[in-house]
Ligand binder design. Structure first.
Ligand code: 5RP
Length: 234
């Protein structure tokens, strides 16, 4: 366990824990490479920290419009994922992570591009505060990106599994993702077998991406805890 706090017994806020793990992730960035960058408030801390070493990397492949804008504002070049064969590392947050590195992601609605960039990366380093560590995935509402015409059918399929699905709203209207699709959030699921679950739901017509990351699970998790950054490897 690496302790990066100067005062280990100080109770840190969730925001401070995110800053700690965002900074700790810099050790996984390979100088001279292009780094895969996720999305969310924890990743924003990583992007801010990455600015300090922007002269040492070629740039980033980004998983969302929001992260792209933040990277560019800090002077970090952003590459199209199609122009890069393989990335050495992908740094991203999670809504939940279990003891095997399986995750639920998509709280920021960026799950599809996150899965794409994760798939082109050799290593997934998850950065999260300790509230995200769970025994079994499913407490956080599971995000699923769906083509709008399939929404009701997909929601019925989740009901048949014992879940409750609803369309994510923004300003009273269905939230539209960076890919022009919508998000269905599903509560009431216990995802005991993440690989089987991801495999099954990914085959439903109209599902673009399910927010279970088992095929693209993390190899490392930098977990912000009250006593510092804990490194979990899977
Ligand atoms: C975005 C994501 C994020 O990684 C996830 O929601 C965690 O976000 P935060 O760091 O803000 O808690 O999957 O689609």
């Amino acid at each position: 366990m690496t302790n990066l706090n100067s005062q280990p017994n100080t109770v840190l806020s969730q925001d401070e824990l995110k800053t700690l793990v965002g900074q700790a992730a810099l050790q996984y960035v390979v100088p001279g490479d292009i780094v895969g960058v996720g999305t969310g408030s924890t990743v924003n801390k990583f992007i801010d920290a990455l600015a300090a070493m922007k002269g040492q990397i070629k740039g980033a492949v980004s998983s969302s419009v929001a992260s792209t804008e933040r990277l560019l504002a800090l002077g970090i070049p952003v590459f199209d994922s199609n122009d890069v064969d393989e990335l050495s590392v992908y740094i991203d947050g999670a809504d939940e992570i279990d003891g095997h590195g399986n995750m639920v992601k998509g709280g920021g609605a960026a799950l599809t591009r996150e899965k794409i960039v994760a798939a082109q990366s050799r290593k997934f380093v998850c950065i999260a505060d300790e509230s995200k560590l769970v025994q079994t995935l499913g407490k956080f509402p599971l995000p699923v990106e769906v083509i709008p015409m399939a929404a009701k059918r997909v929601m019925r399929q989740f009901s048949a599994m014992g879940g409750q699905a609803q369309i994510r709203l923004k300003d009273g209207q269905p939230l539209v993702t960076d890919n022009g699709q919508i998000i269905v959030d599903v509560t009431g699921l216990q995802i005991a077998d993440p690989l089987a679950f991801e495999s099954q739901v990914s085959q439903w017509p109209g599902v673009v991406t399910v927010g279970v990351f088992a095929f693209q699970k993390a190899q490392v998790c930098l977990l912000g805890t009250v006593s510092g950054v804990k490194t979990l490897t899977f």
